[in-house]
Design a protein around this ligand. Structure first.
Ligand code: F6P
Length: 321
């Protein structure tokens, strides 16, 4: 392997820049030529590929977003699009790729490897933490810290006005942001896609739980099947018309901002490991960290996050609230 390229794809996450930096600097350390691809698979299809050096990744470890930009490419979903992408990377003699993203990114990468002879290694970059094969994804720690800072502020108003706040957090298919943020903010309850009886449990809790509480916080993951925060608020208002209930949707503030030290270190470790894995002739795997050690998981398994809720965490919410 002599020429590698790095790209980010799907939703951005804090720490992607730290990962790009690690890949570029490790590539240079091993005397490879390193290229950047703009806007993920879209840039690959269109040949938006440029050489990178140590300076091109200076002063980015602390920045949110991704300097390479990102996109969800429609064209790359087609056989024709992937063929165009392969022709482009061959033009630049690229013989190894590092993809930073989530399940959509790895689904695309798996197809690409199936159809064309190109090694790809993946780094888990998503705030959702919804990938198998890593304890934490790059961006998750920053996102949950953003959530707890926001919820702490909302708690002030909830406490001052004796209110119940239903707060919606991100997580299209996964309740992991809601779960850890819920524990970290002392939430009354959390509602997540992995469990279908949460609203019943919430109503029960409100009916029979402690009566001496002045403020109440409920976290709802956006992907919860019982509806988002507004739908849950309607249920609560109907049953408990005396509660002063409010809704707050945190939205994209969860995706931005300077990455935490945990995310920067995770991104740096995984970035180094990705380049070393390409040099070891590995392909088709996501690199993660399990119990502190580097772990390799085939793309097909990494995207099959079924239920990575750490056993016991949900119980903790109930015991402690
Ligand atoms: O994949 C991360 C995520 O934050 C999901 O939780 C959320 O549903 C989605 O991105 C929103 O993506 P976008 O802002 O690109 O529509």
């Amino acid at each position: 392997i002599k020429n590698i390229a790095v790209f980010t794809s799907g939703g951005d996450s804090p720490g992607m820049n730290a990962a790009i930096r690690a890949v570029v600097r490790t590539g240079l350390y091993y005397q490879l030529n390193v290229f950047g691809i703009q806007r993920g698979y879209d840039g690959m299809v269109n040949g938006d590929i440029f050489p990178m050096d140590a300076k091109s990744v200076a002063n980015i470890i602390q920045r949110g977003g991704t300097i390479l930009k990102t996109a969800r490419s429609q064209e790359f979903r087609t056989t024709e699009g992937r063929k165009k992408a392969y022709e482009q990377i061959k033009k630049f003699n690229i013989d190894g790729l590092v993809a930073i993203g989530g399940d959509g990114t790895f689904t695309g990468a798996a197809k690409f490897i199936e159809e064309h002879d190109i090694p790809v290694m993946g780094l888990p970059g998503t705030i959702d933490n919804d990938l198998a094969g890593t304890d934490f994804t790059i961006g998750y720690d920053t996102a949950i810290n953003t959530v707890i800072n926001a919820v702490d502020k909302i708690r002030d108003t909830a406490e001052s006005h004796d209110r119940l706040f239903i707060i919606e957090v991100m997580g299209r298919d996964s309740g992991l942001i809601a779960l850890r943020s819920g524990i970290g903010t002392g939430a009354e309850a959390i509602l997540i896609p992995e469990s279908s009886t949460d609203s019943k449990a919430l109503l029960e809790k409100l009916a029979h739980g402690r009566k001496d509480k002045s403020s109440k916080i409920v976290l709802v993951a956006e992907g919860d099947e019982e509806g988002g925060a507004f739908a849950i608020a309607e249920l609560v208002k109907e049953k408990f018309p005396n509660y002063d209930t409010r809704v707050s949707v945190l939205g994209h503030i969860q995706r931005g901002g300077s990455p935490t030290c945990m995310d920067r270190v995770l991104a740096s470790r995984l970035g180094v490991a990705a380049v070393e894995a390409l040099l070891d002739n590995r392909r088709g795997e996501m690199i993660g960290l399990i119990n502190g050690d580097i772990a390799f998981t085939p793309f097909s398994k990494a995207i099959k996050h079924i239920d990575s809720l750490t056993p016991g965490l949900l119980k903790i919410v109930n015991i402690l609230s």
